[in-house]
Design a protein around this ligand. Structure first.
Ligand code: ADP
Length: 507
């Protein structure tokens, strides 16, 4: 590809909307970003203004082109990566949402999920979708909108409404309503998609009382999704790549071989382990999910999600006002030898994997008269590492119990590839390596989510010939290797487990 051709990646995250122009070497040439306001209408409720998400995405796309001095004609394809599960329903005729987007972190459907568990429907749901019943996923959010917004159910039955996760919402707007579609990774997070048959599941739609006419078409991650509508850019641009943000990050980290694992430390933390063509059913409450689908071939992953990672730093900054900016946490943590027993369990929106406790609340334990800002901030960082260990232990047990790895040799969790805003914190990455007892590799490009979207778009348009071409582009920036005494690790981790036990509401 000529150097004058670019791929435009749209990375619509929980806290910001970004557009990055990549060249054919995977190097970012221009970018633009806008913060996204969070709407908290009540305890456990988290919403976004869907129209603002669209406006910001378009504005950042236009700004990135302007910043790079690049015309629409030089863009070979657009790739979309997005916050997953967040649910929008809009009117097909006006493209107006019937309500704010219900964000993945929102807990309003906890009671509905509890009923599904009590009725035993969680078994069928996990078998079909690979997911653990939790308010996190889209299905109960869709049901809530249909049941609680005036006239929504009647309009849905009449075929007047469309559902989408943020990828679909952006695609709909980018194409001026011409394309109502998603990709297999985003579909796999709705709790309505059969990840084995790769189609919407009629029985689950009935169980949730969701009319199937609401649902988008499901494509591969690299596909012809449509073209941008007239007037958005100087000429129409093809949209050719799409994946949920965590899957996009795994692609941006070139985790293409079974056993490769990445962890993204942003607002939340998401660990993804490639399990190849086998959908491994977790015995340890991990999620089975679609890593990517290319050329009709599905690659699966085990995933563990921690709801609060960087969000704990945001709380320390905005809620408690203990720090002015998240990066300050590094010097504070370094200023101490330990937290002197202070432990933070940041269960602000319940606990995710492997606990899945929607009602758990956060706690700071072990406070003494000499506990101060530095101890609490460091405890917030340490919690991210302890939770990562929870996930890796569970995944390791799952993966080793399957034939996927028995066939292809041993599973080695020797290296964890990291990215996301928090991965910039060297102290945190070292403590992570120490607590996991695993090497941690940070790549040169930590914008892996956007890069993954660009890779997918480029695969479809031939900028990248194959996954091998992408693998060849991955570059390590830093490695962190374990350097903690076993006894110290064990003592700290045991104290963490005891702290978690104190906040849990279900065994
Ligand atoms: P997202 O894509 O989820 O919006 P990012 O990957 O941009 O998140 O990461 C931002 C998060 O990382 C914020 O929650 C912020 O508090 C945290 N963060 C950023 N820099 C640091 C740092 N140096 N140390 C610790 N946390 C950080």
């Amino acid at each position: 590809m000529s150097k004058d051709h670019y791929i435009l990646a749209l990375d619509q995250g929980t806290t910001s909307s970004r557009a990055i122009l990549f060249d054919g070497d995977g190097v970012a040439r221009a970018s633009a970003q806008r913060e996204l306001p969070q709407i908290f209408p009540g305890p456990g409720l988290v919403e976004h203004d869907a129209r603002r998400i669209w406006r910001d995405t378009l504005a950042t796309a236009q700004a990135a082109l302007a910043d790079g001095g690049v015309g629409a004609g030089q863009i070979t394809g657009v790739g979309i990566a997005n916050q997953r599960e967040t649910t929008v329903i809009w009117r097909r005729d006006t493209s107006l949402p019937i309500h704010n987007a219900i964000v993945w972190q929102d807990r309003r459907t906890a009671a509905h999920c509890e009923r599904l568990r009590r009725s035993g429907d969680d078994q069928l749901i996990q078998a079909r979708t690979g997911l653990i019943v939790d308010p996190y996923f889209s299905a109960t959010k869709i049901a809530w909108l249909l049941d609680n917004i005036d006239g929504a159910r009647a309009a849905a039955e009449a075929g007047e409404l469309a559902f989408g996760t943020i990828d679909t919402w952006l695609l709909w707007n980018l194409t001026g309503g011409a394309s109502h579609a998603t990709d297999a990774t985003n579909a796999s997070r709705t709790m309505l998609f059969d990840i084995h048959r790769q189609c919407w599941d009629e029985e689950l739609c009935q169980l949730f009382n969701i009319p199937m006419n609401l649902l988008p078409a499901v494509y591969d991650c690299a596909a012809d999704f449509g073209h941008t509508a007239k007037d958005l850019f100087e000429s129409p641009i093809a949209i050719t790549g799409m994946a949920g943000d965590q899957q996009a990050a795994a692609i941006g980290q070139a985790c293409f071989a079974p056993g490769m694992i990445k962890s993204t430390y942003g607002t939340g933390c998401f660990v993804m382990l490639n399990t190849g063509a086998q959908a491994v059913t977790s015995q340890n409450r991990m999620l089975t999910t679609v890593a990517y689908r290319l050329g009709d071939q599905t690659t699966y992953a085990l995933e563990g999600s921690i709801f609060v990672a960087g969000a704990a730093l945001q709380w320390l900054r905005d809620g408690l006002q203990l720090i002015d900016a998240a990066p300050e946490s590094e010097a504070l943590a370094k200023s101490l030898d330990s937290t002197s027993g202070v432990i933070m369990v940041p269960a602000f929106t319940g606990l995710g994997a492997p606990y899945w406790d929607a009602e758990a609340k956060g706690a700071i334990l072990g406070l003494t008269r000499d506990s101060g800002i530095a101890q609490i901030v460091r405890a917030g960082l340490e919690a991210v590492c302890f939770q990562s260990r929870d996930l890796l232990l569970a995944m390791h047990a799952d993966a080793l119990s399957t034939t996927a790895f028995a066939d292809s040799g041993k599973l080695s969790l020797d290296v964890l590839r990291v990215d996301g805003g928090m991965a910039e914190n060297d102290w945190l990455m070292q403590f992570l390596s120490d607590i996991l007892d695993v090497a941690v590799d940070r790549p040169v490009t930590t914008e892996t989510t956007a890069l993954g979207a660009a890779y997918l778009a480029g695969l479809q348009t031939g900028v990248f010939a194959s996954l091998d071409a992408i693998t060849a582009q991955w570059r390590k920036q830093s490695s962190f290797v374990p350097n903690m005494a076993v006894e110290t690790r064990d003592r700290l981790y045991t104290a963490w487990q005891q702290a978690v036990a104190r906040v849990r509401t279900v065994p």
